[in-house]
Every structure is written in C-alpha cells, then in structure tokens.
Design a protein around this ligand. Sequence first.
Ligand code: NAP
Length: 258
Amino acid sequence: MQRFANQTAVVTGASRGLGQAIVLAFAREGAHVVGLGVSDNGDTAEKVAALGGKFTSIHADLAQLTQAAARGLVSRITAATGRVDVLVNNAGIIRRHPAAEFPEEDWNTVIQVNLTAPFFLCQAVAQWWLGGGRESSPAGTRLRIVNIASMLSFQGGILVPAYTASKSGIAGITKALACEWAGERININAVAPGYIATENTLPLRNDETRNAAILARIPEGRWGEPADIAGTCVFLASPEADYLNGAVLNVDGGWLAR
Ligand code: NAP
C-alpha cells in the first residue's frame, strides 16, 4: 500500500544528493512530489517517471527567496495540486573559509539559503494550512514539515561558521515553530544527518586525512547513504510520527553517541 497516495510532498533541492533520495522515497509511497530548485532538478524527473510516480519541477532560487515569493510558490503549488501535505526543507549550501576571513557575501548567502528561506517556506505552508487548507484537507490529516539539520546543529565544525550558525538556527526554529503549531495539527521536526556521501561532502571524502578521521569516529564505520536520510523523512511525515514535534533526530551511524 502506498502511504502517501493523493498527497503532495514539496522538497527543496531535489536535483541530487539527499533531496533526490527524499523525492524518490515519497514518490515510491505514491505522493505527487514538487521539487523546488535553481536548476531544472537534474535527472530527478526521469527517475520518478521510472518508478511510475508524479513529479513537478518549479524554479525557485532560495538565495533570492522573499516572504512574498514563498507565499507565491505555495499558492502556485496548491493551485496545481490542490494541497500541501509535506514540506521537506532540504536544500542547503556550505562555504569553507577560516572564520577570521569569512567573507560577508558568503555569510549572507549561507544564512539566506539554509535558514531564512526554510523559515519563509514553513511560514507560507502554515499560512495556507491555518487559512483554510486544514478545512479542505481530508479529516484527520496533518501538515508535516521536515527540516534538514546537521551534526553542526550540535557541534561547531571546522572552517564553516555560517553553515554551523544556519544549522543551529534550523534546529532552533524547528523547536520554536513546534511550540506554536503543534496544537494546529502541524508536525514540524528535523533530521540531523551525519556524514553522508553526496557532492556536499566530496571535499571531505577527497581529503585522505579528514576522510580517515571521520570514518574512524563513526561507530557504523561507513559514510551514510542518501537513502538512510530519506527513510527517516518518510517516517517523520507519516501517522506513526503524530506525537513527534520539535524533535531533531540524529541519523548519523552513532557519530554523536561517541
Ligand atoms: P548537495 O548534493 O550539495 O545538494 C544541494 C541541493 O540544494 C541541490 O539540489 C541544489 O540544487 C540545492 N540548492 C543549492 N542552492 C540552492 C538555491 N539557491 N536555491 C534552491 N536550491 C538550491 O547537498 P546534500 O549533501 O544533498 O545536502 C542536502 C541537505 O542536507 C543540505 O541542507 C545539507 O546541509 C544537509 N546535510 C548534508 C550532509 C551530508 O553529509 N551530505 C550532512 C548534514 C546535512 P541545484 O542542483 O539546482 O544547485
């Protein structure tokens, strides 16, 4: 049985990496998935079609996203699909420089893409839900928001102060919004991935010393795969997670347990 049949799942950064795996996991479960991204979302549409699923790509540059533009995107999505059931704020960028020289432009872009845009999208879907979407939804359904956090929601990291600030902020707004919205049939939680093999972490995997140090610290003894994170997103968006709100779940092969 497909658990997300007749539902719409919106995923940012759907072109590759974790986002693409999250899209495929929801598509497999029958959701109509809407991918928001700057590129044309790579080969995601083809991969969803191969599963017999439904995927719509909408251009959205999160580096430029305003509050009004976020509302406009949600109106476009609800006009096309009738509803939003799930939002996964996945898109994220990282910039590496020593903190003392960290450029202003990189600071602002990372905070905008990783923290401000997800907050505006959370607001826009909640406004739709509270402004009538809830009433037009099948009885008992809930709005589910999953934010992608990081180990750097808990730790400091090296050379990535803007990323750490943004991911600590994502954990913070996940809790803040849960406090306001949990009574409105909205579940908002975060997944904090450990070290996952994607383009984002290529520089670390290509650095022999860092790669060995990271692997030695992961109790599972391997880099995570995007599918490891996608499964947790599906769980958080499912009725089994109705009583989970404001949680930041680390999916890290045991990294934080060390
Ligand atoms: P990735 O392979 O670098 O992919 C990043 C995605 O974000 C791409 O789909 C990209 O779209 C999109 N994106 C970047 N800038 C954007 C913008 N301005 N507007 C819209 N979309 C934009 O990254 P990933 O490793 O899959 O990471 C996904 C999320 O997980 C991020 O939030 C990251 O911080 C988090 N995370 C990853 C790891 C890890 O180990 N990989 C660990 C912890 C947390 P385009 O292709 O269109 O550029």
